[in-house]
Design a protein around this ligand. Structure first.
Ligand code: KIV
Length: 274
């Protein structure tokens, strides 16, 4: 007997087919509860290694492990039903060799049942992208600012600020697209460069701080909700949940301290004895 889910999740080929069409909506999520909310509106949910900064308070994504990504990937898969779930390959899990990348990606796909993985890097990762794609692993690329390289970059500054520095970034995007990536995140590059790349490759580009010239957009959910301690300057805020949560927690603490905390009788209508 075959068991088919009633809801068909979006797939990497669905997203690939959106090149030049309706803009692709993508957000990060690391938990079942936020995944369920994001799933109603997004084509793609990214279990980003930004969870290292956002959930764990690390300064960079470098300390994030494969086990951390798999744990949160499983939660996001449980919370969502429609969107394509893409799980980031963390620093150190894929750069050494294409075989290392394959084994890490297989663990991610088998243990989370997500639909694709994402990895950072351009020309230097093209062979690996082809190796994975040929073996049944859909890969989303990530070029421009690649936060896992922070220790060689030195800062999280936007990339390709002068026209003279565009060429390596264009070549990175082209190499990954030709290698078989189904879409490519472009992070922190100026609009003319994002437009040039988007026009020159056959797969959808998904921008973060890279202008509306891309085929889609991604943001870190907590950044756009006003929940992150440090938010990149380019992020448009769609909520201000930090102060709202703090006010709610403050109200709770005041109720507890003043013994104004409701007991079960308010819910169950219990009567006092005697
Ligand atoms: O880790 C992440 O959340 C990302 C996005 C910023 C694209 O890679």
């Amino acid at each position: 007997m075959s068991v088919q889910s009633a809801v068909r999740r979006k797939t990497a080929p669905d997203i690939h087919a959106r090149k030049g069409g309706d803009p692709i909506v993508m957000l990060t999520s690391y938990h079942a509860h936020t995944a369920a909310l994001v799933d109603r509106h997004c084509d793609v949910i990214l279990v980003g290694d930004s969870l290292g900064n956002v959930m764990h308070g690390f300064d960079t994504t470098v300390p994030v492990t494969l086990d951390m990504m798999i744990l949160q990937g499983r939660a996001v898969m449980r919370g969502s039903a429609h969107a394509l779930v893409v799980v980031d390959m963390p620093f150190g899990s894929y750069e050494a060799a294409k075989e290392q990348a394959f084994h890490s990606a297989v663990r991610i796909m088998k243990e989370t049942q997500c639909g694709a993985v994402k990895l950072e890097g351009g020309v230097r990762m093209a062979e690996t992208v082809a190796f994975l794609a040929e073996r049944g692993i859909p890969v989303m690329g990530h070029v421009g600012l690649t936060p896992q390289s922070i220790n060689t970059l030195g800062s999280f500054r936007a990339q390709g600020r002068e026209e003279g520095s565009w060429e390596p970034i264009e070549k990175d995007a082209q190499a990954i697209a030709q290698a078989g990536a189904f879409s490519i995140v472009i992070e922190a590059v100026a609009e003319p460069l994002a437009r040039k790349i988007t026009q020159s490759i056959a797969v959808p580009t998904i921008g973060i701080g890279a202008s509306a010239a891309c085929d889609g957009q991604v943001l870190v959910l907590e950044d756009m909700l006003g929940l992150s301690p440090r938010t990149p300057k380019f992020v448009r805020r769609y909520g201000d949940l930090g102060p709202a949560i703090e006010a709610a927690v403050g109200a709770y603490a005041r109720d507890v301290r003043s013994r104004a905390f409701p007991g079960p009788e308010h819910v169950y209508g219990m009567k006092e004895k005697g």
